[in-house]
Design a protein around this ligand. Structure first.
Ligand SMILES: C[S@@+](CC[C@H](N)C(=O)[O-])C[C@H]1O[C@@H](n2cnc3c(N)ncnc32)[C@H](O)[C@@H]1O
Length: 305
């Protein structure tokens, strides 16, 4: 599996899933901030930014303020370099000019401009928690897209709040919340021969997430956030991937292949019968090939003060 291609294939799935009400509330917060007389550049920190899909999504939004300083941070250098390389290719056809900025962080800072909009983008490789603990900087917006379920939500929330400027907000879209559904097409319920086994696969997959993160991160963030602040908006952002008449849209068949691989790989040491697991992955792969598989995941988008 090519992780960067997986993240690229995930973009259209996320585009459909993102909760527009939560995003509209984020837009309202940023407009409100822009009205303040002392308002300076919007300082954004994105942790677990992958190949930079949220940066380009934000650049395509009319609500993004004209002056932004955006830090793209990911643990893996191959993701950060993919983000850095993809930005100019994404920007040019959309009328954005991209040029390198300054010498101090040679190669890691870019200026992205179009009309009145000027976005200074800094690419960084490193652990989010190390950065959050060590940076002396403050941010007006911390973004964690498809990230909080990989870590401890309480630790993440505390660390994010530690770098927030007064009035700042935290945006956590596509936060996994404990629902993984595989369904085959044909209009009926999925009563395939190994559906009972699949329940065990899904349960073991969630246990595997819990070993390093939190498979119910969405609801846990929702209950933790008001303890020291407020939830400004929350809403579902479930992934629904389904075939159309001509197959799956965009690169979503690849996305599904990766999901089946990730689930199968995550549970292979969880004590399940390995032959049945192989049959399960083969069957689900065949259903992707024949454009029959439907896949849903339950997630939440949260905007937190
Ligand atoms: C599920 S991916 C989401 C990527 C991106 N936000 C997106 O949705 O396209 C999670 C990302 O978090 C990164 N990551 C995991 N743990 C991290 C950590 N402790 N610090 C920084 N990044 C981390 C991974 O490298 C990966 O790119």
């Amino acid at each position: 599996m090519n992780f960067q291609r997986y993240l690229s294939a995930k973009r259209t799935v996320d585009d459909r899933a993102l909760n527009q009400r939560v995003e509209a509330r984020l837009a309202d917060e940023l407009r409100e901030r822009a009205r303040r007389p002392d308002c300076d550049d919007l300082r954004v920190l994105e942790v677990g930014a992958g190949i930079g899909a949220t940066l380009t999504r934000f650049l395509s939004r009319p609500w993004l303020p004209d002056r932004v300083r955006y830090t793209v941070l990911d643990l893996r250098e191959e993701n950060v370099s993919a983000a850095r390389e993809r930005l100019p290719a994404w920007a040019a056809p959309r009328g954005y000019a991209v040029r390198r900025a300054g010498d101090r962080h040679a190669g890691n800072r870019f200026l992205v401009g179009r009309g009145r909009r000027r976005v200074e983008v800094e690419f960084r490789t490193g652990d989010a928690f190390d950065f959050l603990a060590e940076t002396g900087r403050e941010f007006d917006l911390v973004v964690a897209h498809a990230f909080v379920d990989l870590v401890d939500p309480a630790d993440a929330l505390a660390a994010f709040r530690g770098v927030l400027a007064p009035g700042g907000v935290i945006y956590c879209p596509i936060t996994f919340d404990g629902g993984t559904i595989f369904e085959s097409g044909g209009g009926g319920a999925d009563s395939g021969p190994d559906s009972a086994f699949e329940e065990r696969v899904v349960s073991a997959f969630h246990d595997h997430i819990d070993a390093g993160g939190d498979s119910r991160a969405g609801r846990h963030l929702l209950s933790l956030a008001p303890e020291e602040g407020a939830v400004l908006a929350v809403g579902g952002s479930d992934w629904v991937v389904r075939p159309r008449e001509d197959g799956y849209p965009a690169d979503e068949a690849y996305f599904l292949d990766c999901i089946v691989e990730m689930v199968g790989g995550a549970v292979e040491d969880e004590g399940l019968d390995s032959d049945r697991l192989d049959r399960w992955t083969d069957r689900r792969r065949d259903q992707i090939e024949s454009a029959e598989l439907v896949y849903c995941t339950h997630q939440l988008d949260l905007l937190v003060r």
